[in-house]
Design a protein around this ligand. Structure first.
Ligand code: FDA
Length: 312
């Protein structure tokens, strides 16, 4: 069985990337996880999900901008997304939470070009989100950005309650970060963590990550503002349902989140049981890093790619 770390390392090799990007053989697999190249396609997909009673977070794919111009272009796309959402599926007075929001990355706002520059762009996006009654989630990236992301929340959240971030259970530091963001009243999405991290910063054992996840999910349910439990792990989902019931935490105080293309059956069944379920819908032509993280979570898919590689 291919390991997660091996898949992430192999897929980062330039010749593997070139092959996967250029070959049509992999297109069906890519399209399983990515809604399309352009915003209009992702909005079509979103409308279908909304009609089934699910909520959506749209993600414009891309990370680590190489120049300020690239970051400004990403900011313009985020703003266009918020304006289009306002037209297609605005939050109404009947909605306790926005049906369609957006997820962004700080390295796409220009974090590699400077914290102040990224913050300026981020605040502009948040101004438009406020104007359109919407919410902006900041995805969490590799551990070299964790402190800068949490610190950004500490600077920005007091001015913009319409944002929140993501914390990753595989990092040893997450229990403390959880308390920092809870204190600010920020909405937290809890995930296991998708990047290749060394044992100095993250648990290498899946069992330890799962244990941390359940402990942190319990804490969020008890103390946090509308947390998002983002996982496809049925054992954890059952634990969360039981915990919420045992503490009389009603289903409208939190939401489950899952990725587009993964466990649609579970998304629908949770919705039918009366839980809020949000689907994370990515779009854009810079899909490769996102795609490789999805492969690493499901070694069977990566095995298919490797076999094709060595067949020549
Ligand atoms: P786990 O990996 O244990 O999988 C549980 C089960 O889910 C598997 O047995 C399988 O059935 C199914 N499954 C999981 N992944 C699959 C895949 N790729 N293909 C097919 N089946 C799959 N990470 C991060 O570092 N920063 C972030 O900002 C985010 N954001 C984010 C948003 C949302 C809405 C979700 C659901 C996830 C993220 N993640 C993330 C990714 C997260 O860290 C994690 O890598 C994945 O969710 C997979 O972990 P699970 O919790 O599903 O458990």
């Amino acid at each position: 069985m291919l390991g997660r770390a091996l898949i992430l390392r192999t897929s980062a090799l330039p010749f593997v990337e070139k092959m996967v990007r250029n070959s049509f053989v992999f297109r069906p697999l890519v399209h399983r996880f990515i809604a399309g190249d352009v915003l209009a396609e992702s909005l079509e997909v979103s409308k279908g999900l909304l009609e089934h009673g699910l909520k959506v977070s749209l993600d414009y794919l891309g990370e680590n901008t190489k120049s300020k111009e690239e970051a400004l272009q990403a900011k313009a796309t985020y703003i266009a997304m918020l304006r289009d959402i306002h037209r297609v599926a605005p939050k109404t007075s009947e909605d306790s939470v926005e049906p369609l929001n957006i997820s962004i990355k700080l390295t796409q706002c220009g974090l590699d070009q400077g914290d102040d520059f990224a913050e300026e762009n981020f605040r502009e996006v948040l101004d438009v989100a406020r104007e359109t009654n919407n919410f902006v989630r900041v995805d969490m990236e590799a551990s070299e950005y964790t402190e800068r992301t949490v610190a950004m929340m500490e600077r920005v959240l007091p001015d913009y309650p319409n944002t929140g971030t993501v914390l990753q259970s595989y990092l040893y530091r997450t229990d403390e970060d959880l308390e920092r963001v809870i204190k600010l009243g920020g909405r937290i999405r809890l995930v296991k963590g998708a990047y290749l991290e060394p044992a100095e910063v993250a648990y290498p054992e899946k069992a330890k990550v799962d244990e941390a996840y359940m402990r942190q999910a319990d804490r969020l349910l008890e103390a946090a503002n509308y947390p998002a439990i983002a996982t496809h792990d049925e054992h954890i989902i059952d634990h969360v349902k039981q915990f919420a019931k045992s503490r009389a935490i009603s289903p409208d105080r939190f939401e489950f989140q899952m990725l587009y293309g993964i466990r649609r059956d579970l998304q629908n069944s949770l919705h039918e049981q009366g839980y809020n379920v949000r689907v994370y819908v990515p779009f854009g032509d810079k899909w490769y890093p996102y795609f490789t993280r999805r492969l690493a979570e499901r070694p069977a898919n990566a095995g298919f790619i490797l076999k094709s590689l060595f067949k020549g």
